[in-house]
Design a protein. Structure first.
Length: 428
């Protein structure tokens, strides 16, 4: 498309190229706006209308509720692929052959040992520490053991860094849970698949054998796939902007973990369960919480509802809602919280406030119900989100560095005091 956008400022017209993506999305290329106009910039708090990059990793259509990783639909990937296949697809751009997948898995296993000094770091945390803060710290601490920032010009060095963090991260995730529970740390078992190993490290007690449950394996594999990437969400953008200063991969990931922790982002899955528990304690009075969510004077929001991009059902929420019924049924778990969630969803979808604002359940609304049925503590829910999102963050970071993108440094519109002379303290 050679068309252009024309902006008129104080009677002068300026033209800027229109860029068209592979899904026919259109962007105004304003790379020369400030220089062309002598200093005019755009302002867009929260970047609701502003693209930060071109990317070929994940495509979302918020109006149609479409999510695709490298062109493959989330529905098909959740049904037909496993998490490591999807991780490979997101990071390297193609679904792996059996040989590539076997090598990827073997190299991840080869790099899954965590230096015992990391144990000393985790031991320094009180049991009361939130596991997201611990996970972010441990991930950044890995840099101490691999100090040289990865040479992104070398495919080999990049690959080594990727399998290193893909191998060690699940161990750190499991250790965060074991630390809170006062259980000994488990180093995992190379004879197990990726997800089986995560479950064993999390749940095997030292005094008895651990029996793998295929329902849990399948549920966790699907949940990790559904959380694996989501284009330029808050935490992925944080990973990109941190990495754009050429900070290393591990510390960039640590910054993404911190961003994900927030209750408006990944922390919502914990906040949803706490909200549903509160409603249950309140005798299931969903109307009271709906009223609070609509009350502008009340900071309360219906957690797990709404989305910056999806103005239709989050396709992941549909899949997770179905999986919740299946998993709880297979595990023989009766959880009144699921019924409260379904009741709340039904009410919200019929409520004018929610309909007008196109607020639908998002990925976080049902996921915690499955995690809880699996025996995962509520404070670990966002850590599980991070485990799923790891390959997405890696893919975003790698794409940004391989494309040699410039350091992220937004402009601002200054609205503070204009020049004033200094006043000595006796004159203030
Ligand atoms: C994730 O970006 C991603 O892709 C994220 C994610 C990923 O995979 O990485 O999908 C994961 O973070 C999912 C979102 C999890 N967060 C929550 O569930 C928290 C609750 N939801 C929100 O706080 C909110 O919906 C956001 C943060 C998700 C999106 O907020 P926006 O896009 O900035 O929208 P907004 O805050 O400007 O809200 C628009 C209107 C406002 O009302 P008005 O001022 O127009 O009257 O909708 C209202 C808001 O008050 N609103 C809500 C609401 N969400 C928005 N009102 C009540 N409850 C809610 N949940």
């Amino acid at each position: 498309m050679s068309e252009k956008a024309t902006i008129e400022i104080k009677g002068k017209k300026y033209e800027f190229p229109l860029l068209v993506g592979s899904e026919n999305e259109v962007a105004i290329d304003i790379k020369t706006l400030r220089s062309d106009t002598g200093g005019v910039i755009t302002l867009d708090p929260g970047y609701k209308n502003t693209g930060s990059c071109e990317s070929s990793i994940t495509f979302l259509d918020g109006e149609k509720g479409i999510l695709r990783y490298r062109g493959y639909s989330i529905e098909e990937l959740a049904e037909k692929a496993d998490f490591l296949e999807v991780a490979y697809l997101l990071i390297f751009g193609e679904l792996p052959t059996q040989e590539q997948l076997d090598k990827f898995e073997a190299d991840i296993k080869e790099n899954s040992l965590v230096d015992d000094d990391i144990r000393k770091i985790i031991d320094a945390f009180p049991k009361s520490a939130h596991p997201m803060g611990v996970l972010s710290s441990l991930t950044a601490a890995l840099t101490a053991f691999y100090p040289r920032s990865v040479d992104v010009t070398s495919e080999e060095a990049m690959y080594k860094s990727i399998v290193r963090i893909m191998g060690k991260f699940p161990v750190l995730v499991a250790w965060c849970m074991r630390k809170k529970q006062g259980l000994p740390l488990d180093y995992g078992d190379d004879n197990l698949g990726y997800v089986e190993n995560v479950l064993k490290m999390m749940f095997k007690n030292p005094n008895r054998d651990y029996e793998q449950n295929p329902v849990l394996i399948d549920a966790l594999d699907k949940l990790l796939i559904l959380h694996a990437d989501h284009e330029q969400n808050c935490s992925a953008s944080t990973v990109r902007i941190t990495g754009s200063s050429h900070a290393g991969l591990f510390v960039s990931l640590a910054s993404g973990i911190s961003a994900l922790w927030g209750p408006l982002h990944g922390g919502a899955n914990q906040a949803v369960l706490e909200m549903l528990e509160a409603i249950k304690e309140d005798g299931g009075d969903t109307k009271k919480y709906m009223a609070k969510a609509k009350d502008k004077n009340d900071p309360f929001r219906l957690m797990g509802f709404g989305h910056r991009v999806y103005k239709n059902f989050d396709p992941r929420a549909r899949i997770i809602k179905k999986a919740a019924d299946e998993v709880l049924g297979d595990l023989g778990v009766e959880d009144p919280i699921l019924d409260i969630a379904k009741g709340l969803e039904k009410e919200a979808l019929q409520d004018q406030y929610f309909v007008d604002r196109k607020l639908y359940p998002n990925v976080d609304f049902y996921s915690g119900i499955i995690y809880r049925a699996m025996g995962i503590p509520v404070e670990m829910f966002t850590v599980m989100f991070a485990l799923g999102r790891l390959p997405g963050w890696i893919a975003q970071w790698r794409e940004m560095r391989m494309r040699k993108e410039p350091i992220g440094r937004p402009r601002q519109l200054y609205t503070g005091a204009t020049y004033r002379e200094f006043k000595t303290i006796d004159k203030r």
